[in-house]
Design a protein around this ligand. Structure first.
Ligand code: F6P
Length: 366
């Protein structure tokens, strides 16, 4: 059914990443200046739709000024607060209840003709559920992990790669000075994109990613070979989701969020320990952590975010609800959200990136 759009909402869900503010700016500027709509900012992801009195405010050309280069999201975000499985306390006990009908009623009462939902796989899956229940939505993919199948790149990823590469550059000199093995653990969840790209850009000697289970003997052999060849130091990039040939992914101890999301972390220490044990070389571990999610977006991410934001407004104008903007063969395009979720984009073990890395002598422990 065709709608006359007058007012739209924007929310950011899931983990933050550099470029979210640039997207909010892109949607808001084009919605107001190009299409003549009002814009409402919904704070703290879907929480804002459950509690609109305290969490919804107008976005104007005035109050979105100066945010293009800012990290984080002016709207706030959360990776909890799924209205279909909403955690709450009932009679002193934690319970999950479905408050989606409340959220839907609030969208209608706020007069939102469409909600632009900016998020990763989890957030976009929730967006899809709202769409199936009659709410007009447009999705915008974000994550530093770059693991959304339907788009060549998500914004935030390139900035994370820059951060990890800069860290590698810094570790390089101290590794060389002290003749140490420096292990750096980077984010990416079940995908090795950040590790693989920063590893190639930062001249790593070993890159371990979830897509290629590693054999520690091969890692050790590579480091020993370098050492006997005169390079008494090595740089090892380990994706947090990396796993040994015979073993499992490393989940951060005692880290259950209670929201069904496992938190990864710790594999860097395991790898470093085994390297020291089997080579006799001193090793140190750097866990880069949330530094990768913060800070100012790099130019690529600012441009992609602006393109995604303005393209989302254009999709609304064309009434293409239920779709998600994406980058396909370097062109801005869109696909139904239903085709975009639940399918991770992983590093291909025999793709260009890995083959290039191996051609310059980087070991993936295989
Ligand atoms: O999905 C983005 C991401 O940064 C992952 O790379 C990482 O595993 C996870 O989020 C960390 O989540 P949290 O901020 O909840 O610790």
């Amino acid at each position: 059914m065709s709608v006359t759009v007058k007012k739209i909402g924007i929310l950011t869900g899931g983990g933050d990443c550099p470029g979210l503010n640039a997207v909010i700016r892109g949607v808001t500027k084009s919605a107001i200046s190009k299409h003549g709509w009002e814009v409402a900012g919904i704070a703290d992801g879907f929480e804002g739709l459950v509690d609109p009195e305290n969490r919804v405010r107008p976005l104007t050309l005035w109050n979105i000024r100066g945010i293009l280069h800012e990290g984080g999201t002016i709207l706030g975000t959360t990776n909890r607060g799924n209205p279909f499985n909403y955690k709450t306390i009932v009679k002193g006990k934690e319970k999950e209840i479905d408050v989606s009908k409340v959220a839907i009623k609030n969208v209608q009462e706020l007069g939102l003709d469409c909600v632009v939902i900016i998020g990763g796989d989890g957030t976009l899956s929730i967006a899809l559920e709202f769409y199936k229940r009659g709410i007009n939505v447009i999705g915008i993919p974000k994550t530093i992990d770059n693991d959304i199948q339907a788009t060549d790149y998500t914004f935030g990823f390139q900035t994370a790669v820059v951060t990890a590469t800069e860290a590698l550059d810094k570790l390089h000199s101290t590794a060389e000075s002290h003749h140490r093995v420096m292990v750096i653990e980077v984010m990416g969840r079940y995908a090795g994109w950040i590790a693989a790209e920063s590893g190639v850009a930062g001249g790593a000697d070993v890159i371990l990613i979830p897509e290629i289970p590693y054999d520690i003997k091969k890692v050790v052999a590579k480091i020993k070979k370098r050492s006997s060849g005169g390079s008494k130091f090595s740089l090892v990039v380990v994706a947090e989701g990396a796993m040994p040939l015979e073993g499992d992914i490393t989940v951060l101890e005692g880290s259950s969020t209670g929201f069904g999301i496992e938190r990864l972390g710790g594999v860097g220490h395991k790898v470093a320990h085994q390297i020291t044990e089997q080579t006799g070389m001193e090793s140190r571990v750097t866990i880069l952590g949330h530094v990768q999610r913060g800070g100012t977006p790099c130019p690529f991410d600012r441009i992609l975010s602006t393109k995604f934001g303005t393209a989302a407004s254009d999709l609304i104008a064309k009434q293409r609800f239920g779709e998600m903007v994406c980058l396909h063969n370097n062109k801005i395009s869109s696909i139904p959200i239903t085709d975009a979720v639940n399918s991770l984009k992983l590093v291909k073990p025999d793709g260009d990136l890995v083959r290039t890395a191996e051609a310059v002598g980087i070991s993936f422990g295989r």
